[in-house]
Design a protein around this ligand. Structure first.
Ligand SMILES: Cc1ncc(COP(=O)(O)O)c(C=O)c1O
Length: 432
């Protein structure tokens, strides 16, 4: 098999390591031929290279352990909140953060120890706060005064909390992925934080353990991360809470989606945070980091079948998925690569500039613009890499689409960890 390294197919650079082509040209991911996966699970399907997730998580853990004495990687599970992923993270010694009651239930159901769970949310309802307290989660991250009301009203034993501060740091990323700017709905500016902290300190059963900051997602530049650590510490001093021990520095590191694209590595990211921490935080601080995307994105590959090829204003290659299973393009304008993963028919094909589009009734339902594909034809399998984060959880039933299965692959083995939705699922909630 020809693998990504050393092929003349640069797009394979952004597929999981070890991805290559069998002698007949069929793409092989995690040791599995995609034509066999398509036969077993249908298309579209989200393939996840399990070994690559584990390797990425271990790299992150090792980098953080080497950089700071008391530190913990916490997986921002919103990126891929599936039972199998929660189990994997727990097996790897990773904590998880959840941002809703559903994520909390799935994590608990997967067997994640509540003492390793952080609860986020800018609008936590009574149900989420109640369940978090009942389960005994590690920390509830307070984002507003109403969180304090709810916690105070319901706590029956000590609950440790972090306070999410707004550092007024706006990294360069899509507006919809920027969360640390002054006008963000997330986090507390100094004035409000002061009130929250006074309330927490006065509450019998709440313990202020530390502070939290998160500036956004898909961030390619490390400087804002360092700046957020400095700003966080400045806020801590301004608020007179320098005695707190826990500094949760959030997540947000981006990943490369395109051939030749450079994004700092996990090691560089952790190194930047640790250097900023050495400069600004007490040496005994306990540091948490919350990467989501950077742990899972590059392990994912979306597998589609070409349904139509329309040669009009452009060559529109329409596949059997789209914004129903990948909202990253319509929400954030995220560019992706695409390759023909298994041509329907053998033989040489001339490259053609194409727009890969979805099957949904929206002009914005485009997966990849202006990609060169070898004369795509109906029935080809087409693969889009780096779809392991924020695709599965944002998948939807638009136009009655059935949400795709998630298939873990590795070492030539494969197993569905989430089945495809069925037509019966579509009406399961209809009551009249
Ligand atoms: C509080 C918090 N932590 C961590 C993350 C993870 O971000 P990313 O997946 O970009 O690492 C998010 C996502 O935006 C978040 O809201």
């Amino acid at each position: 098999m020809r693998t990504a390294t050393g092929t003349d197919e640069p797009a394979l650079e952004v597929f999981p390591p070890g991805t290559g082509r069998a002698a007949d040209g069929v793409l092989v991911v995690g040791g599995c031929r995609v034509d066999e996966l398509a036969a077993a699970y249908g298309t579209p399907a989200l393939l996840v290279d399990e070994a690559h997730v584990r390797a990425t998580v271990r790299r992150c853990r090792a980098a953080l352990a080497a950089a700071w004495p008391d530190a913990q990687v916490t997986y921002a599970s919103k990126a891929f909140p599936a039972t199998a992923m929660y189990r994997l993270m727990a097996q790897e010694g990773i904590w998880v953060d959840v941002a809703g009651l559903g994520e909390l239930e799935v994590a608990l159901g997967a067997g994640v120890d509540p003492a390793t769970i952080l609860v986020h949310g800018n609008a936590k309802g009574d149900d989420l706060i109640g369940r978090a307290l009942e389960a005994g989660v590690a920390y509830v991250v307070i984002d507003n005064l109403d969180d304090v009301d709810r916690l105070e009203g319901r706590a029956t034993r000590e609950q440790r909390v972090l306070v999410r501060l707004n550092p007024d740091v706006a990294p360069q990323t899509h507006d919809a992925m920027s969360t640390g700017g002054q006008r963000s709905k997330f986090g507390l500016p100094a004035g409000l934080a002061r009130e929250v902290i006074a309330r927490v300190r006065a509450a019998n059963l709440l313990t202020l353990a530390g502070v939290h900051v998160h500036i956004g997602s898909q961030i390619h530049d490390l400087a804002p991360f360092a700046e957020s650590v400095r700003a966080l510490r400045a806020l801590v001093e301004e608020l007179g809470i320098a005695d707190v021990a826990v500094y949760d520095l959030g997540g947000g590191l981006g990943v490369p989606h395109l051939r030749g694209e450079h994004v700092p590595s996990l090691e560089e990211y952790v190194g930047t945070l640790a250097a900023a921490a050495r400069e600004h935080l007490p040496p005994a601080a306990r540091i948490l980091i919350e990467p989501g995307r950077a742990l899972v994105a590059t392990a994912g590959v979306s597998l589609y079948r070409v349904v139509t090829v329309k040669r009009a204003a452009a060559t529109f290659v329409a596949v059997d998925g789209g914004m129903g299973d990948n909202l990253e393009v319509s929400l954030y304008g995220q560019p992706f690569e695409a390759v023909i993963a298994a041509p329907r028919t053998a033989g040489p094909r001339a490259p053609e500039r194409c727009d890969v589009v979805g099957q949904h009734c929206e002009s914005g339902d485009r997966l990849v613009a202006g990609v060169e594909l070898p004369a795509p034809a109906v029935g080809d399998l087409l693969a889009v890499p780096v779809t392991g984060a924020y695709t599965h959880p944002l998948s939807n039933n638009y136009n009655g689409a059935l949400r795709p299965p998630v298939v873990f692959v590795g070492g030539g083995e494969h197993r569905a960890v989430i089945r495809r939705e069925t037509l019966a699922d579509l009406v399961r909630r209809d009551v009249a």
